[in-house]
Design a protein. Sequence first.
Length: 129
Amino acid sequence: MSVYREYGVIQKASRDDNRNVESEDLSNYKVVVPGDLVLNKMKMWQGSLGVSKYQGIVSPAYIVCNVVDSTINFTYLHMLLRSTGFKTYYNQFSYGVRVGQWDMHYDDFKKLLIYLPPREEQDQIVRYL
């Protein structure tokens, strides 16, 4: 799987322009299950993250977070964390010499406070958007 700024988590084979080559040694790759939040720490400032709909593996360079709160609408979380306001936050907390190679550290990401309205309201927001 890959994480694209335009889509979030996608199946790698679904794009013919994906030039990333899997390593021959997959032992350090991370397992992703539907509902996991996957972060491309080098492209967070561009919105390269998302809640996965798929089961598979991702590069060890990605961060995989298990979402354990059953009251969260995964689509709501996906859209919220990829919104412009959150990209601004990621931009502020990304580090590096060159803009195109900035990294966001997981320790900074996990300090992020998000507003989670009741599930019914999340569902309404998703239906509206």
